[in-house]
Design a protein around this ligand. Structure first.
Ligand code: AMP
Ligand code: ZN
Length: 493
């Protein structure tokens, strides 16, 4: 059994029971990994046939929050993320472009890795490309064949779902009455079309294929993840995650493949992120309602605002994406950054107040309690924002002391170990991506509010905050002119 890591805050020590919602049981369950202190986790990565959109990044940000949270609780995390660099869409698109699939996918893999860096997504321990694991997939298909779970037809190998009694247990589809032997060749299909699915597909003329002991062809999508997960993480994983659309058929089929081969439970906790929506419809390439990160960056949105927005809505809640919500995220990040710079730069009177230390300890506990509750990021954030508000008030009233800064900063660091938005490197990140962005234009009222905030900072001699606001305004094309009498005028460039 695993020992639960302990959280200490100040002189109190609390045991937080981590709970995750498991799609398999439909319940929120205590999280206890198979091996104490270690979490083995598989993340379905992108299908690299195009640029990933921010709906995809909603799920990838959730997976990063999950990883960072587990690490912050003292677990050693071994995370594998695949890159689906061969599937139906890639085969079609690379054939249409007349290039090899390697050549076709390279650009999108690079873009995806760059986008991950821009969003501060930590690199998983293993990044596994499907095309580099064909042998493992073939070996897994051979194991399934040896156990009688497959059959072939016209050069393709299919999985016989009627042979696997647990088929449907994740997605809860009813397999009774399903026509035995009906097949589906596509990688992606819906529940109504639950059929025997292709593990290995015979090549069509002009398509890329591999010459293997099970014949020429290419893998189906589901066997890719099953083979790579088993290879790097063993027969039983602690966590497997992806967006809700992967529950069926992808994850259902991964279970059928791996459990039939090993005879063991494949995954102990299945975590699925709800979709990012636009006008209440799933953001997706096929609907055409998608935005890539690059598009948002070139319209002046910052990497930190996008990360914050995607992280701030708990992963099991749908996230309706609007430009206003991005603006809101940007000002939340600014408020936090300004607060930390105030904590670091302002000269407070000597001493310390037990009330503030107590307030900070309470915020830390609530932050932790939020995340322990199935990664409730909204609850965790509320705890930090309450602290920011109370500490700012204490500072304005002259009640904040020099010794109070450290415990409050510690909470901000705890927050940032998970949310990763406080370090102000947005401009550098955009530069690294070759994007020159001018921020969205500010309204006069917004400029006035920032100018007033800067005046207040100057008045309390917080010159770091005042310079930062000047820079923020300059980024948005607003120039300040300080007059001798302490007043300020502004104009647009
Ligand atoms: P794909 O590249 O299609 O394999 O998808 C990569 C990841 O993005 C998967 O985990 C999907 O479930 C997830 N995903 C796709 N669309 C959305 C969306 N609109 N909101 C959240 N996650 C999504
Ligand atoms: Zn997968």
């Amino acid at each position: 059994m695993s020992a639960q890591p302990t959280l200490s805050s100040g002189n109190r020590t609390t045991k937080t029971q981590i709970r995750f919602h498991n799609t398999m049981s439909g319940q929120t369950e205590p999280f206890v990994p198979l091996v104490a202190g270690e979490v083995r986790s598989y993340t379905c990565g992108p299908t690299v046939y195009d640029f990933a959109h921010i709906g995809n990044f909603r799920t990838f940000v959730f997976q990063d929050i999950l990883r960072r949270y587990l690490k912050s609780k003292g677990f050693r995390v071994i995370q594998v993320m695949n890159l689906t660099d061969v599937d139906d869409r890639i085969i079609q698109k690379s054939a249409a472009a007349g290039v090899s699939i390697r050549e076709y996918t390279e650009k999108y893999i690079q873009a995806y890795m760059d986008d991950r860096r821009a969003l501060n997504l930590e690199p998983p321990e293993y990044i596994a490309r499907a095309t580099e694991h064909i042998d493992d997939m073939v070996a897994l298909i051979q194991r399934l064949t040896a156990k009688g779970f497959t059959y072939t037809s016209e050069g393709s190998t299919y999985y016989r779902i009627a042979k696997f009694p647990g088929y449907g247990k994740l997605s809860k589809i009813d397999v009774a009455g399903m026509q035995t032997g009906a097949r589906v060749d596509m990688d992606r299909y819906d529940k109504d079309n639950a059929r025997d699915f292709a593990l290995w597909k015979a090549p069509k003329p002009g398509e890329h294929f591999w010459e293997t002991p099970i014949g020429p062809g290419r893998p189906g999508w589901h066997i890719e993840c099953a083979a790579m997960a088993l290879k790097y993480l063993g027969d039983t994983l602690d966590i497997h995650s992806g967006g809700v659309d992967l529950t069926f058929p992808h994850h259902e089929n991964e279970i059928a493949e791996s459990e039939a081969a090993t005879g063991k439970t494949f995954v102990r906790y299945w975590l699925h992120a709800e979709h990012l929506l636009v006008d209440h419809e799933k953001m997706s390439k096929s609907v055409g309602n998608f935005a890539t990160l690059r598009e948002l960056f070139s319209h002046g949105h910052k990497p930190s605002s996008i990360r914050f927005l995607l992280a701030s809505v708990p992963y099991r809640r749908q996230l309706n994406f609007t430009p206003e919500s991005l603006q809101g995220a940007a000002s939340s990040v600014e408020r936090m950054r300004n607060f930390v710079s105030r904590l670091r730069a302002e000269k407070f009177p000597e001493g310390s107040s037990p009330a503030i230390a107590d307030r900070a300890a309470k915020a830390k506990e609530e932050f932790d309690r939020g995340l322990a509750d199935d990664l409730n990021t909204a609850q965790a954030l509320a705890a930090v924002f309450d602290l920011v508000r109370d500490a700012n008030t204490a500072m304005d009233r002259g009640e904040f002391r020099r010794g109070d800064a450290a415990p409050v900063l510690e909470v901000m660091e705890t927050f940032d170990a998970i949310f990763a938005v406080l370090h102000d490197d947005d401009a550098e990140k955009l530069k690294a991506l070759g994007i020159s962005a001018s921020g969205p234009t500010l309204s006069d009222a917004e400029v006035d509010a920032l100018v007033a905030e800067r005046q207040a900072a100057r008045k309390r001699r917080d010159f770091a905050a005042s310079d930062r606001i000047r820079d923020q305004l300059a980024e948005r094309g607003v120039i300040l002119e300080d007059s001798r009498d302490g007043g300020v005028r502004w104009k647009r460039k």
